[in-house]
Design a protein around this ligand. Structure first.
Ligand SMILES: NC(=O)c1ccc[n+]([C@@H]2O[C@H](COP(=O)([O-])OP(=O)(O)OC[C@H]3O[C@@H](n4cnc5c(N)ncnc54)[C@H](OP(=O)(O)O)[C@@H]3O)[C@@H](O)[C@H]2O)c1
Length: 304
């Protein structure tokens, strides 16, 4: 519900993705009227269609979870620009005409990862990849909406289909398989359920526009994380520490990508520690990827 207790009309774009699905469920659970738009339903690179659709539906908020991925962006920078940056410009334009809030997701990849303590929102971005650069542009375009939130997330887990790195690690450890994990890459992972809850609270509240780091508290190497998973699962799986330095990859990834979530916590939106989040994810009922009905919003000419 909004601050006044009235449900909001919310448009979720990229709704077929892992975070998009989780957010649609959380917003509907919170009583909001949500249109879940997959790429098939609305291609965000088609500016005219996006603007026309928004004029008809007049949402009070747009939550953009769409993205063109890390490796794909390196292969196809033109599409990366179109999806990660120019589509956000279109959404901000739509928000200006509908006087709607834009909540957009960005990434730790806007940083170069050369620090030793968690990044804050005031730290200067310096992306080292096409993905990171286009996500940074997207952040700047999002600021064109009258009220806007840019949530930087990283290493999402709790995917209903078990596709994320952490979810795959869980499956391996549960099956008793040996897991190799980097000891020289540091992250602040985040449980998708916690991102969805923070999203709902930001939309319902009156926080100031701006960039927010939306990750579980603390940080860890991938190796420490895998060891913690074996401890929580109670599995005899062994975890082999490996270096990421030897990897041949087309993409430059930040070495130290931890983010501080203090700014969100100062608003009263506290994301628990990553260990706590892993525990809740492990205890959650077996994931199901139930299809999400596309739209709960009918065209209107006035704000609902
Ligand atoms: N996953 C992570 O660990 C991670 C880390 C840092 C930041 N993020 C950010 O978090 C957000 C959510 O990530 P995610 O992991 O949920 O991504 P995801 O599962 O890959 O979902 C992204 C969605 O965007 C859709 N999309 C791509 N091009 C589009 C277009 N032209 N028009 C409309 N939709 C389009 C995709 O549709 P198709 O499937 O049909 O292509 C997909 O459903 C993104 O902004 C991402 O950059 C994620």
């Amino acid at each position: 519900m909004s601050r006044s207790g009235v449900p909001l009309r919310i448009f979720v774009t990229g709704a077929g993705g892992q975070l998009g699905q989780t957010i649609v469920r959380e917003l509907r659970r919170g009583g909001h009227e949500v249109a879940a738009l997959t790429r098939a339903a609305l291609d965000l690179t088609q500016r005219e269609q996006v603007l026309e659709r928004l004029v008809k539906l007049r949402p009070q908020a747009i939550v953009n979870t769409s993205a063109f991925g890390v490796e794909a962006s390196e292969e196809d920078p033109k599409t990366a620009l179109a999806v990660n940056a120019f589509a956000v410009r279109t959404l901000a334009e739509a928000c200006r005409s509908a006087d709607a809030t834009l909540l957009h997701f960005s990434s730790d990849f806007v940083f170069d990862g050369t620090v030793t303590s968690p990044y804050r929102e005031t730290d200067r971005p310096n992306p080292g990849s096409v993905y990171g650069a286009t996500k940074l542009l997207g952040e700047w375009y999002a600021a064109g909406a009258p009220r806007h939130f840019v949530l930087r997330v990283e290493s999402l887990f709790g995917n209903p289909e078990g596709k994320s790195t952490i979810d795959r690690m869980c499956a391996d450890i549960r099956a008793g398989r040996t897991v190799s994990a980097f000891y020289d890459r540091t992250v602040s992972p985040v449980y998708m359920i916690d991102v969805a809850a923070a999203t709902r609270r930001l939309l319902e509240g009156k926080a100031a526009s701006g960039v927010y780091h939306c990750v579980n508290a603390g940080f860890t190497t991938w190796h420490e994380l895998a060891v913690e998973l074996t401890r929580q699962i109670g599995s005899p799986s062994s975890v082999v520490p490996v270096s990421a330095d030897g990897l041949t990859s087309k993409v430059s990834r930040p070495k130290f990508a931890a983010l501080s979530n203090e700014k969100l916590a100062n608003l009263g939106i506290e994301l628990p520690s990553w260990q706590n989040a892993l525990g809740r994810a492990l205890a959650a009922p077996p994931p199901t990827a139930t299809p999400i009905p596309p739209s709960g919003i009918r065209p209107t000419n006035s704000r609902g």
